[in-house]
Unconditional design. Sequence first.
Lengths: 948, 300
Amino acid sequence: MNQASSSELKVTRFRVNGQAREAVTAPSTRLSQVLRDELGLTGTKVGCDAGDCGACTVLLNGVQVCSCLVALGQCAGAEVTTVEGLAQTGANELSALQRSFVQHGAAQCGICTPGMLMAAADLLRRHRTPTREQVLDAIGGVLCRCTGYLKIVEAILALGQERVPVQPDCDDGAPVGRRMPRRDAVSKVSGTELFGADHAPEDALWIRVIRSPHPSCQFEFGDLDRFLKHAGLHGVLTARDIPNNRFAIFPDLRDQPALADGQARFAGEAVLALVGGLTELQNLDLSQVPIRFSPLAAVNTLDQATAPGAPAVHQRWPDNILCRGRLLRGEPDRVIASAPLSVSARFETAYIEHAYIEPEAGWAQWVGPPGQERLTVFACTQTPYMDRDELAWMFGLDGSRVRIIPSAVGGGFGGKLDMSIQPLLAAGAIKFGRPMRIVYGRAESMQSTTKRHPARMRATLAADDTGRMLAYDFSGDFNTGAYASWGPTVANRVPIHACGPYRVGNVRALTRAIFTNDAIAGAFRGFGVPQSTLLNETLVDQLAQRLGEDPLEFRYRNALRAGDSTATGQQLSASVGLQACLEALRPAWREARKRVESFNGKAHEPMGDQVVEDLADPHRRHRTAKRRGVGIACMWYGIGNTVIANPSSMSVGLRRDGRFMLYNGAVDIGQGTYTIMPQIVAQALGVPVDLIDQITADTDLTLDAGKSSASRQTFVSGNAARGAGEDLRAKLLAFLGMPHTAQICTEGSALFGHDRGETRRVELAALPADANGDVALGLGYFDPPTVPLDADGQGVPYATYGFAAQFAEVEVDIDFGTVRVLQVHAAHDVGRAINPTQVEGQIHGGIAQGLGLALMEHYQGGRTDNLHDYLIPTAGDMPLVQVHLIEDPEPLGPYGAKGVGEPALVATAPAILNAIHAATGVRIDLVPVTPDRLLAALDAQWAASQAP
Amino acid sequence: MPAVRSDSGWMQPVELDQALMLLHQTPATVLAGGTDLFPSIAGAALPGPVLDLSQLQALRELSVLPAPGPSGQGTVQEYLRIGAALTWTDLLHADLPQGLEALRLAAREIGAGQIQNRATLGGNLCNASPAADSVPVLLALEAKVELRRQGGCRTLELADFILGNRRTALASGELMTAVLIPLPLAGSRSLFLKLGHRRYLVISAVSLAISACFDAQRRLSRCAVAVGACSAVAQRMRRLEQHLTGLAESDLQAMLRAPINDDWLGPINPIDDVRGSAQFRRAAAGRLILRGLAELVGQS
């Protein structure tokens, strides 16, 4: 290692984006690092440093390569093209490919975008009118976790077609409902967006974290000073450097140290942070770090944690039970006992990794006159305001002395809600008085940050003999890992949603969040609801089967509708679009069922249980072992926090130049808040959206808009944005002395009011302005109205719910247990689509994650801490997707809108599992349904059919 | 002669002789496509000294050669000589002789475009992963590898080159320079099938290569079957091959309707890992073989 770094720093000459460049560094250095660190071309992203994700794809002599797998010296004399080189002539003009990405909404978080663009550029050099298959081959090596790839494929295909099949953005229409390109699309496709690893103060020192190799252990340090001197490092950070060394999502549960204090509770927990120069830290011999670990008995898995006498992960919770959730309505026991029909099942789910392509990264500094220093943290986060408050608490600072500037966030999905790097950066900046930066590697990102809770659940669903659902009895244990994180949220959200979006009068739902020494489980798109929906929709499907009823019609009959009460006793007065979703699916569903029947009939005998069993014969089906099936699932999801207040505030000002400035604190993690908030505020003001500028989330500059979580931003912050726009409009009309029916607009620095032929004009340039430069300011605030839940879980936990139904058509290869999802139809009641392109993008991405949950994703600490053993869907795994947007307006929502971020994912996995059953007759009660599991089930089914 | 670009940490010869001399003088990390080497290290730079093969044109040539020696029939068997540093993309676009289709099929399945553009055939062999997709293909095609050192050259059967999980017979100072594949007899076909858990960027759970030849009487006159990812090193299924050789097409079709005889899968010894259980791999390997044979029968 030392040899490489100290090997003569020779000059390598090559061409980058058409210009002769030289790099003075070891020729064995990765090209990706040279491009970013030596040449400042940070448009090339690093997601894994192992060729597994493709984020660093560039062109080397015109063909795509992973720049993390190319040595600088191999580029001598070669031509390298990066995303910065795609723009045509002069830096300001985007290439046709980049423009197509912008128009089609092909970028969400944008971290994979440069790699996608380069892979596509390679293709388009070889094929001017590529086929879909060629596009997939070209981008198959670039992972995307946000988009589900479909809009990327469309954007590339569109370039080769005469007519671009993109739905036009009519910019003469009202701002709400427009298919407006993202506000930040241009910076994402041009590579100028600054993610956590893309920027830091010049003189920043680096932090490298040493982690526990054991799931449970005590540890001691040896002579750290001697080690530092020998390794040429600047210093260390330990638990002692953090005054209040514990944090959590819930202040009363603060249990997680930023650096473990003598005891580590999971493999991958930070125990020591080393501070120094990048080269010294990269070349470190880890075996020389003076630290001695003494392993302790660990509890892994739910069984071990709940076994009698199990060691306590935390002394505070001697039985390892963090919390319980409970809901009781009616008399489920009595009703189930006397019901003519009931079905029961169990279900298990695995740890799921968020697998955002951007590992955590950022920097911090501690600057100011002695005694008045302020802490600034620039990092990827979904929740800047909570980071500010939690860091202030940990370091004993007044909140006013902490500033959080979110970087562009390269994917979150709940994984960037908990703090990770922030307290380490803060501790280093405060201790050493120097800016600190950190960039997590892929493995440590996966080991140390949160996951989706593995669940083990059982339930019974009962119905009368006409197929009316009567009762649901559910219990589920959720492995919350080593620290509390969002365990309580999962335990509380699941009981409310457990019985599904159906009329069920009698419900019991019990949950437990249980500590183990496994990876921390936290927030992940759906907070436990995707897990409980897998079980619920399995049972609903079984009941339909028992009744011999069409699975869609059975759901339709039992679906919640406006006026119904939920299991918490909440009466839903409006915006219950589930039946409309099912109606939208019905024609395609019937067609798909016919098509599948015909497919299966051609290859084999007509469908029917008898024949399915016969086809499961592992030994007589070698040539035509493909079976198809369609399956459906419904979902509902409460928008915003469960009961707990989650207000958002927004403000919008009018500047002297006649432009509006939106102060938008709703962090955009790819879901589009930096685009739809301007749309909403423009609608509220009654002005064109192009007049709206914005300052994006920064705790010094924007008001608290809460977290980008719980599908809340469109509904909650959107309402605040609408309120701010309406407030400013009212103030301006008052200033103009005009009635509320008047229209306002600006032209240059003049403000106009028009009302029934009357026009008034005010010159803004001469007006006094506040410190921000605003001559008038509108404020908006919204906190969804809820009613606390009682001991039986009765109350109004959410102000509104999103609803959806999806069906999947799959093809199962019975020889190998492999499943290919051919198509998905997704109908979502979003209340109102503020920006339909973005709503579709959310749904596509949710389907991709649902497909991963169903078929391939299984995080196993120590075994799958990379993106080649932890598999997420590639472009080639995506089905065709048809989105049906249902707009049953929510009276409380901004222009009727509700959230869609999490609802997008929930129905996909159960629809796929039900489709697998339809295809094969086999029900699998755990995910992921990997080929070995499905094949074992198919073979067991065959063996059972052969038993005498 | 162009100068050797080298320093203590980085050597980039342009002639093979230079490379062999450097390798003789300095034990070095040999860098070809880098697609296995870089992921195997943490940190920014490869541990030095590094010998980079990217400028060695000699390792990127594809040619048809007479055999090193006379073959049994007294005629000279021809070989396809593939330079060890040819990439999968090179092979995908190469005009390969009939019977070597498996090589192209494997090239399409390795990683994805970026990997195929860099990863080399020789690198895949020297890395000696149990799941390496080239190994069953080259075993079924009865390939040899050419190993050179300063002042010496030897050829080894591929099966004698890969000794175990990431272990090879490559000696210190030695460089793999080429892969030699005997040109298949007229009428030969080959195929490669890969079972992975997703499309693109996926490591094989089971891989299969078959090379076969039907004679004028529609009998299987020659058949080689190799299975990858089910043992430390991919294996030829010799007993199965013996059973298959000489079968008439109709007998073969009949055979495909029955389960595969587990004894024929003797050489495989799969393990449980994140890509599947041992039981799954064994079952899937048998079925993949049947599917592969069915495909060959369908083609012929």
